[in-house]
Design a protein around this ligand. Structure first.
Ligand code: MSP
Length: 599
């Protein structure tokens, strides 16, 4: 039987569209789920939404909808965001799902029968944004310490859960399971706070009815966190999923660690349900060093995130830029820099170069000394301890080794098939390791090198200019003339321009083509891209002698075309007057090497 692995994301409040913060938790879980699947485990991966509670009631009121209608309208947004981010979850659970509501009702009754739930009066403070109770001493300048917003004074009849009863049991549990809360230092903070004393917690509200009714008092609904935390368990009450409980890993943000590390195990102890194995609390992202906030426009939507440099670059960036567990700062320019310098220059170039050389010279199996430099065990340990950023850096360290190897071996000069085999084989391994992080690129790389008949790959990552927005460029054009002209030009995005592979080529031979009065057949040396033949309509303007040994610029990735029965494998760049009476080749200096990139 396969080993089971159950990983969860928090369930998100569907009171607004998901943003980069939600994406981060969800992609982390997706990476870990994909990795464990590749290790041969039977994986169950859940995500979903936290539909109940005061926050949703208030947002629905503002939108003029019922809470049910309001949340129903937002769920497709979450599902489509996860689809765009290539999240392969197994169940999307909503706390309004009938099976979940049934489980929570039964558990409430069980805890009540046991005497762990009792009626009382709550007098205190509440922050609806975090759906959390506070005491005066928790506040930050009179505001909620997390949202920095005023808190509400509550004075109402409520049912309490005897959290205080579980203080010692919790401390004993952490002692026996020192890896329960990760990163470990966050566990220490929790333990210190518990040692200050745990108060019983209110677990019902009677002032609104959007929630799961208490089975023993239908004038109250369950407190949203009691309801929400049990989603992890109720998702496994589905037929065939029972053995996935207890969960292996709950991935959450550091802001909701207290609920997960204290309330959740105590509720489970009371309900006599086994406890999950680990909780990993990651850090928070700021945006250009500022707190993410929709009201202040400091937010990155899922579409914006993907729009900067594509999905895989976004997924890559989030787990390369910050240590998993620590805070990180997001900026468009940092993402573009990593996309250009690491994905396009290091990985993309390695793939295109290797595939072009392997297509030309072939590969020959041999012992792979290069692969010996890949420390798979270290990567596995990083993954098992959820240091996913470290796993990714280790993979990239090997990509650097591979680049150095090919640079030192120069297979474009030696045509050494054994060297090329080693690099191809290394790239097959790299693709497998990268698959959890950048699934679609990894799939493309695997496909390119799947068999020994390798074809030159299309460009995987086009470079992006660290974009000056049209807004800024407009401001910098003082004269206004350029703006006027730009209005008449059909513009393209930089990404489209970057798709062109422009190269310096050396003309090694010039031949006439029978019956063609305008065309020459040119043989070119394009450095690492090898030899090319192109047909060029420049006969009226240049003699063969003028052309031989000239350096020109060609578009090297244009689909080949047959001209007069000859396959033309590219196009040269030339400038011409409107009437085409003068045509001159764009020609770089002689000392620039053939194959050099233009752009
Ligand atoms: N509904 C609760 C969770 C219940 S789980 C039983 C909730 N939802 S939430 O929609 O507010 O956010 C959930 C997740 O998004 C948390 O893990 C939180 O840390 C994450 N993030 C929201 N903003 C974030 C950042 N700016 N950075 C990183 N993650 C952040 O809490």
């Amino acid at each position: 039987m396969k080993e089971k692995f159950y990983v969860t994301t928090p369930i998100y409040y569907p009171n607004d569209l998901p943003h980069i913060g939600h994406a981060y938790t969800t992609i982390a879980a997706d990476i870990i789920a994909r990795w464990n699947k590749r290790q041969g485990k039977d994986v169950f991966f859940t995500t979903g939404t936290d539909d109940h509670g005061k926050k949703i009631v208030e947002s629905a009121e503002k939108a003029g909808k019922t809470p049910k209608q309001f949340t129903d309208d937002l769920i497709p947004e979450f599902k489509s965001a996860w689809k765009k981010l290539d999240i392969k979850y197994d169940r999307f659970i909503r706390t309004t799902d009938a099976d979940h509501e049934k489980v929570v009702g039964e558990i409430l009754q069980k805890c009540f029968n046991k005497g762990d739930i009792y009626k009382g009066k709550y007098e205190g403070l509440y922050c609806t944004a975090c759906e959390s109770y506070f005491t005066e001493k928790d506040l930050d300048d009179g505001n909620c310490p997390i949202h920095k917003k005023p808190v509400e004074k509550l004075s109402e009849e409520t049912y309490f859960f005897k959290l205080s009863k579980y203080q010692d049991k919790l401390l004993a549990f952490y002692k026996d399971n020192p890896e329960f809360i990760l990163p470990k230092r966050r566990g220490k903070e929790i333990i210190n706070r518990i040692k200050e004393g745990l108060h019983d917690v209110s677990i019902s509200r009677a002032s609104f009815d959007w929630g799961i009714q208490l089975p023993f008092d239908n004038s109250h609904v369950a407190y949203v966190w009691f309801d929400a935390l049990f989603n992890y368990y109720s998702a496994t009450r589905e037929k065939g999923k029972e053995n996935f409980w207890p969960a292996n890993l709950h991935i959450i943000g550091k802001d909701i660690l207290w609920f997960h590390a204290v309330y959740w195990p105590a509720f489970l102890m009371s309900a006599e349900i086994p406890l999950p194995k680990q909780i990993f609390a990651h850090g928070w992202w700021t945006l250009n060093k500022e707190k993410i906030s929709k009201s202040r426009g400091k937010i990155i939507s899922i579409d914006e995130l993907i729009g900067i440099a594509g999905l895989d670059s976004a997924r890559y960036f989030l787990f390369r830029e910050a240590s998993f567990g620590e805070d990180g700062d997001f900026s468009k320019s940092a993402l573009i820099a990593r996309h250009n310098n690491e994905l396009a220059d290091k990985l993309g170039n390695l793939v295109s170069r290797t595939s072009a050389l392997a297509e030309k010279y072939g590969i020959e199996k041999t012992e792979n000394q290069l692969l010996e430099k890949l420390n798979i065990d270290k990567i596995k340990i990083h993954f098992n301890e959820f240091r996913i950023d470290k796993a990714l850096s280790e993979i990239f360290a090997f990509i650097d080794e591979t680049n150095e190897f090919i640079q030192a071996q120069k297979p474009w000069e030696t045509h050494d098939k054994k060297v090329l085999y080693q690099v191809v084989d290394a790239l097959r391994e790299i693709a497998k390791l990268l698959a959890p992080f950048i699934p679609s690129t990894a799939e493309k790389i695997s496909e390119i090198f799947r068999t020994n008949k390798i074809k030159k790959s299309p460009i995987l990552f086009s470079k992006i200019e660290a974009s000056v927005s049209s807004e800024t460029s407009r401001k910098t054009n003082k004269s206004g003339i350029q703006n006027k002209t730009m209005e008449n030009v059909k513009t393209i995005q930089f990404e489209d321009f970057a798709k062109l592979d422009l190269r310096v080529a050396h003309i090694t031979r010039v031949e006439e083509i029978p019956k063609a009065d305008k065309l020459y057949k040119l043989s070119l040396n394009v450095g690492e891209l090898g030899e090319r033949t192109i047909c060029a309509g420049i006969k009226e303007f240049y003699s063969p002698k003028d052309l031989k040994d000239k350096k020109i610029i060609i578009i090297a990735n244009l689909a080949p075309r047959k001209l007069r029965g000859i396959e033309s494998q590219g196009m040269l760049l030339a400038a011409s007057t409107k009437d085409k009476k003068i045509v001159t080749l764009i020609s770089p200096d002689k000392d620039i090497e053939a194959g050099s990139i233009v752009g």
